[in-house]
Structure formats: structure tokens, C-alpha cells
Design a protein around this ligand. Structure first.
Ligand code: SAH
Length: 366
């Protein structure tokens, strides 16, 4: 417990209910005060202990003198024409992560990062160019949600979705990610239903199996991105370690709720993985798995050679999947720039369309 607190420099964000009960005990307060503090920090989103008026004055003073509730600072904010807003947030050690806010016909989604950079070397991905710098702590994951909901003035109790599709591979930072998920989902925390929280993975098979055993389990999305072992290895070298065959076996064994489906993401790369035969093979691979497919037209950028598939290809791919009774959606309506912003940090097109707010290229991961 002490270690948790000192690691985050006395910032209480990221501590769960039992951590805060311990903290209360440490402060010679009854344990239920810890649960009250939990509600104040996460449900009411209080940052100033003086305003936690249900706590006794002595405890409030002690908290104010020793601890803080710190959100990451907003370093840059770029609004797209279609309402999506991309945030560059700076962490206590000066590292930066991206978080994207996406409003869509009344449905709000936050796309959060799980690591600074990423160790999985997907050849088409801009985050991969950074390598991995470090894992995020649970508090830094929650901090993204807190900072962006505050900046967007989203009142507590407004429903929204959280997707782990920003920087990083969430299953390579599973314990802090799951700790954050439990606090997001806790009725006394942010009270976000688990069906509104999605973890997206490049396919870390043993961690998928570990996630399958969790009692508090969010939805799972798999970045498929290819229709054969060879093609997937060429695009995602981690396929050598965790081949498609083993990945799909873990998917088949993944427990699903009664109406739940696994989501498979498929980034369509012009002339690489977007033929009719690819679509037919994807349909065959997913046979027997209760699934849906999100087709993502690639977001191109200056340093990588890949191009997005033309729309008629995307539509043909979708039709083949649908003909095989696999629900397939094209993630294009929200504006290609923002949708893929989560996996792509270098968005020249987006920056030229918008009014950037002091984005410093030297620190922006893109
Ligand atoms: N590491 C996790 C989550 C982050 S990537 C994962 O791999 O799922 C989130 C999604 O963005 C993945 O499906 C990835 O394939 C996709 N993606 C990455 N770069 C992209 C780009 N430039 N354009 C479109 N989608 C991209």
C-alpha cells in the first residue's frame, strides 16, 4: 500500500477501495471512510479534499496535507471537424500519451492508451515506431478518463464507452489495465457498465486466456488484420510467437455473455490484405466464433508505405463477410482521421484540417 502511494507521488488516483480503506486505517479513521473517499474521487470526481464534506474535518485536513488527486495535464488538444477531439496528455515524468474523445450521434467514446509507446511491432502502426517507453499505472489510465471528461465537461452519470485502442498493448500491461477497469466499472466508482468497456489486443494469447478467467471482465476486441498465417506474420511479427491458429483457439474458448460477441478489427491495406479471397478466408477463420468484424480503412502517414483500400474494396470485403452471416461494420463514418487516431499518432491530414493548439512536434509522439 505504501509502495503504491509513493510510486504515484502521493497521488491517490488509481487506488481502489481496499487501498483507500487501508489509507483510512493509516490515518486512524474507520475503514468506511476509505469507501467514502473512493466515491468522492471516482463517482463525484472531487479533486479537492476540502470539498469532500461527508468526511470529518480532521480527515480532510490530513488528506490535504499529505495527498493529492492529480489528473494528467492537457498539453495539446486538436478538434476535428466532425466533433472528435484528440488530446495529448503529459504524465508526472514528462512522458506523453494520447487520448481521443469521439462523440457519435449521442454515443460518447473515449479511446485511452495503456502504455507509453508500444512493444508490439505491427508494421503498419505509427505507435510501433516509438518502441515502448513504459507501462502506464492504473491511475494514469483513469487519469486520461478523468482529464478528458473534465475537459469535455461530461457530467458524472453520463454514459460513455471506454476503448483501450490508444497507444500500447493493453494485454502487456494487464494488471494495471484490469485495476483501472474494475474502478471504471465499480458502481461506487465511475459506474461504467462492463459492456461499455473494450480491451483491444494484437493477440497476446496467454493473456487472453488470463483475461478469460477474470470475474470482472470487459469486452474483448482482437486485431486480426490478415487472413493467413504468412500474411499476418508479415504485418504483425508477433504472429510468429502467437500464431493465428492458437489465437483463434483462445478466442473460441473465451467465455461470452448471452448476447456478447467478440470483435475482430481488420485494418484494410490497399493491395495487401483486402482481396475477395482474403474476405472469404476471414469468414472461414471466424466460423464457429460468435463474432463481429470492424473494417478499418487504413490511416496513412508519411513514414510508412501502406495505403488505405479504396471504398469499393472495403464495401466488397464487407459484403462477403455479411454473405457469410458475419456482422461487418465499416469504421469510416466518424471520419477516418479520428477513428484510427487511436492507433496512429502521426496525423498530418487531421492537423491541417483543424486549428491545432500548440502541438510541440518534439514531444508529440507523432
Ligand atoms: N495494441 C492494441 C490496441 C491499440 S491499436 C491492438 O493492437 O489492438 C488499435 C487498433 O488500431 C488496432 O486494431 C490496430 O490494428 C489499428 N491500427 C493501428 N494503426 C492503424 C492505422 N494507421 N490506421 C488504422 N488502424 C490502425
Amino acid at each position: 500500500m505504501k509502495a503504491v502511494i509513493s510510486a504515484s507521488r502521493d497521488n491517490l488516483l488509481g487506488l481502489d477501495k481496499s487501498d483507500l480503506r487501508e489509507l483510512a486505517a493509516l490515518c486512524e479513521e474507520p475503514q468506511f471512510r476509505g469507501a467514502q473517499l473512493f466515491r468522492n474521487i471516482y463517482a463525484r470526481r472531487q479533486r479537492d479534499f476540502a470539498e469532500c464534506t461527508e468526511l470529518p474535518a480532521r480527515f480532510r485536513h490530513l488528506l490535504s496535507s499529505r495527498y493529492r488527486v492529480d489528473y494528467p495535464a492537457i498539453k495539446a488538444r486538436i478538434a476535428s471537424r466532425d466533433g472528435a477531439v484528440r488530446y495529448l496528455l503529459s504524465l508526472h515524468d514528462g512522458e506523453n500519451v494520447e487520448t481521443v474523445f469521439m462523440p457519435d450521434e449521442g454515443r460518447l467514446t473515449l479511446c485511452v492508451s495503456s502504455q507509453v509507446g508500444c512493444a508490439v511491432n505491427c508494421h503498419f502502426c505509427f505507435t510501433a515506431l516509438l518502441g515502448v517507453k513504459r507501462n502506464l499505472e492504473a491511475g494514469e489510465i483513469l487519469g486520461q478518463v478523468m482529464a478528458v471528461t473534465a475537459a469535455q465537461r461530461i457530467p458524472p452519470a453520463t454514459p460513455f464507452n471506454v476503448v483501450f485502442m490508444g497507444m500500447g498493448e493493453p494485454l502487456l500491461n494487464l494488471a494495471p489495465v484490469m485495476k483501472a477497469v474494475r474502478i471504471l466499472a465499480d458502481r461506487d466508482g465511475m459506474a461504467i457498465p462492463l459492456r461499455r468497456i473494450t480491451i483491444s489486443t494484437a493477440g497476446i494469447v496467454p493473456k487472453i486466456r488470463e483475461m478469460a478467467r477474470e470475474t470482472v471482465r470487459p469486452k474483448l476486441a482482437i486485431s486480426l488484420n490478415a487472413s493467413t498465417e504468412e500474411q499476418r506474420t508479415a504485418l504483425m511479427p508477433l504472429n510468429r510467437k502467437y500464431p493465428l491458429s492458437e489465437l483463434l483457439q483462445a478466442c473460441r474458448e473465451f467465455p461470452l455473455g448471452s448476447r456478447e460477441r467478440l470483435t475482430f478489427e481488420y485494418v484494410l491495406l490497399d493491395g495487401i490484405n483486402d482481396t475477395d479471397s482474403d474476405a472469404q478466408r476471414v469468414a472461414a477463420l471466424l466460423g464457429g466464433i460468435r463474432s463481429k468484424v470492424n473494417l478499418i480503412p487504413y490511416n496513412a502517414g508519411p513514414d510508412l508505405p501502406y495505403r488505405p483500400s479504396p471504398l469499393r474494396r472495403v464495401l466488397a470485403f464487407q459484403k462477403i463477410l455479411q454473405d457469410h452471416h458475419i456482422p461487418a461494420f465499416i469504421r469510416i463514418s466518424r471520419g477516418q482521421d479520428i477513428m484510427a487516431a487511436c492507433g496512429q499518432l502521426r496525423l498530418a491530414g487531421m492537423e491541417s484540417e483543424t486549428a491545432p493548439v500548440d502541438v510541440a512536434p518534439s514531444v508529440s509522439p507523432g
